[in-house]
Structures are given as structure tokens and as C-alpha cells.
Design a protein around this ligand. Structure first.
Ligand code: F6P
Length: 319
């Protein structure tokens, strides 16, 4: 058996650990492995590299992805998918493991259902917005990185008695913002899943001022707007010194946490184990602390729910 492996979409810390797990598990089961560079783009262009045990040495602790990645817009086109399928045949690849998030999943379903390509996906995105898995590879590191930045900003916020609006990633979902907002003791968390009430935020800021709070951290999910815009609005409404700061791409890079390395290792190994058993069309993730494999059919049209009780608790505590 010859297994191809690729990473696609936004890179996430832990992707390298997943590649390592895929390559070494495949070799353990007697398969050979081909790495495909630059995700689906590389699949269309035939950017294949042979991989062995040594090619994944020393990468478990590295952020980014040694296979590189891309957002292959072209891959939505059928003729482009055919080029990818032809390349798989040309390179005698019998099975594919794709590592990525929602965009990757769309491509994986297109290949699996539309062209019958035997493949499994490893759940990996900092956004943690994939359905049927409680957590995705990269989320924990991204949250901890953003948290470190928020803690630092709190120092200057307190020193100056300033309000800070801190924008975090998450595309159109609020998983990162919610987690990091709770962990950072944010005074207010704004996520796309909940309609934003500006007057409620202003009341909270004023109440905090009255009880002598020296800082106010507002965590804003990027899907809910721009930090600069909200900071300006707050300044205009309250006259209080307000600054904006976006965590930006820093939260996508860096050394993966232990949790992400372990998840990546378990997910990667499981995706290959399924392939060796001839089982395809699965997303490998985690549910209630256990590895969870869900068939693609059950994922279509599914949207991951966010736990709003967490937001309620954060609101109660940030009096
Ligand atoms: O999906 C990961 C992510 O970092 C999102 O949080 C963000 O909205 C997006 O990717 C940014 O996309 P790009 O890498 O194309 O700039």
C-alpha cells in the first residue's frame, strides 16, 4: 500500500506531529508514504516527495507544516479535481490522508464522494470549528499563545487604566475568543454566535469604572468585527481611553503544546490505521476524551455548536 499525506488550509501547530504520526504508522504497517506539498494545490500540480522514517525526525515540536500548505480555490473546479485524481494514479497512491479544517473537508468530500478516492481526514485547525470533534489540532496552542498576549496587554491596560479591545482569530466562529476570554478573565467577550449589544457593553464598562476597576479587556472574535472600529466607538461613546490590538498571525504559529502534539499523534495514527483496514471517508477527531471517527455523510451540513453556558459564566464572573 502507498499512502499520500498532505496538509491544507491554514497551518496549525501540531500539523507536523500529525505528519510524523501518519508517516511512521504507515511504515509500521508496511506501507510506503508520499508527501504531497502545498495541499490540494500540490495534488493538482503533482508536487510529490517520498517520505521515510527520517523525513519526519525532529519535527514533533515544530509549528507550521513541513509539507507546506495552500488555500486552493481552484480545487472547487471539477477539471482541477480530475488533475488531482490523475496525479494520484500516476504516482500509484492507493490512499490519502488529509490534515486540515473545514475547507480541507470540502475538498476531501469532493474527492471521496465525487471521484471515489480512498481517504481519511485528520481534524486540524486553530479555529476548532469542525463538527463532530470536541477539539482540533492547533486550537490549544493558538488559545495559549493568544492568552499570553492578552496577559501582557493587561499589564499595560492596568498601568494606564485603559480599555483594550483585543481581536483574535476564528474566522466566522467564536471558539478561540470564548476560550481565551475566559482564561484571560476578560470583562467582555464578543463572538459571532451571539448578537452584540453595544449599550450592554457600555453599561459594563461604566459599572466597572464605578467600582474602581483599573483595566478592561474586551476580547473580540474576528468574525464579529474589527478591534479598531469597536475601540473608536467606545472612545466616542464613553470618552475613555481605549486602544485596539489584534493578536493576528502570531496565534497560528509556534511550538505546539503537549496537548496538540498528543492529539496530532493519536489522530494521525488512527487515520492510517483505518486506511490499513480499508476504512475510508472518515474524519478523525475526539469526543468526550476518546478518539472519534465520523463518516463524511454525517458531517455534511453539520455546524459545530458553541457552549454558551461558558459565556454566561464569563459574564457572571466579570462583574
Ligand atoms: O482558519 C485559520 C485562520 O487562521 C482563521 O482563523 C482566519 O480567519 C484565517 O485562517 C485567515 O486566513 P488566511 O490564512 O488565508 O489569511
Amino acid at each position: 500500500m502507498r499512502i499520500g499525506v498532505l496538509t491544507s488550509g491554514g497551518d496549525a501547530p501540531g500539523m507536523n506531529a500529525a505528519i510524523r504520526a501518519v508517516v511512521r504508522t504507515a511504515i509500521y504497517y508496511g506501507a510506503s508514504v508520499v508527501g504531497i506539498r502545498k495541499g490540494y494545490e500540490g495534488l493538482m500540480e503533482g508536487l510529490m516527495v517520498p517520505m521515510d522514517v527520517s523525513s519526519v525526525g525532529g519535527i514533533i515540536n515544530r509549528g507550521g507544516t513541513i509539507l507546506e500548505t495552500a488555500r486552493a480555490e481552484d480545487f472547487k473546479r471539477k477539471e482541477k479535481q480530475k488533475e488531482a485524481v490523475d496525479n494520484l494514479k500516476k504516482h500509484h497512491i492507493d490512499a490519502l490522508i488529509v490534515i486540515g479544517g473545514n475547507g480541507t473537508l470540502k475538498g476531501a468530500i469532493a474527492l471521496y464522494k465525487g471521484w471515489g478516492v480512498p481517504l481519511n481526514q485528520v481534524a486540524s485547525t486553530i479555529d476548532n470549528d469542525l463538527p463532530a470533534t470536541d477539539i482540533t489540532i492547533g486550537f490549544d496552542t493558538a488559545v495559549n499563545t493568544a492568552l499570553e498576549i492578552i496577559d501582557r496587554i493587561r499589564d499595560t491596560a492596568v498601568s494606564f487604566e485603559r480599555i483594550f479591545v483585543i481581536e483574535v482569530m476564528g474566522r466566522d466562529r467564536g471558539f478561540i475568543a470564548l476560550e481565551v476570554g475566559i482564561a484571560g478573565g476578560a470583562e467582555y467577550i464578543i463572538i459571532p454566535e451571539v448578537p452584540f449589544e453595544f449599550s450592554k457593553l457600555v453599561r459594563k464598562i461604566e459599572k466597572g469604572k464605578l467600582r474602581g476597576k483599573r483595566s478592561c479587556i474586551i476580547v473580540l472574535a474576528e468574525g464579529s468585527g474589527k478591534a479598531e472600529d469597536l475601540a473608536r466607538r467606545i472612545r466616542e461613546e464613553t470618552g475613555l481611553e481605549t486602544r485596539a490590538s489584534a493578536v493576528g498571525y502570531a496565534q497560528r504559529g509556534g511550538c505546539p503544546t503537549a496537548r496538540d502534539r498528543v492529539l496530532a499523534t493519536l489522530f494521525g495514527a488512527e487515520a492510517v490505521r483505518l486506511a490499513v483496514e480499508g476504512k475510508f471517508g472518515y474524519l478523525v477527531g475526539m469526543r468526550e476524551g476518546r478518539i472519534n471517527t465520523v463518516p463524511f455523510e454525517e458531517l455534511e451540513g453539520e455546524e459545530k455548536k458553541i457552549d454558551l453556558t461558558k459565556l454566561e459564566i464569563a459574564e457572571i464572573l466579570s462583574i
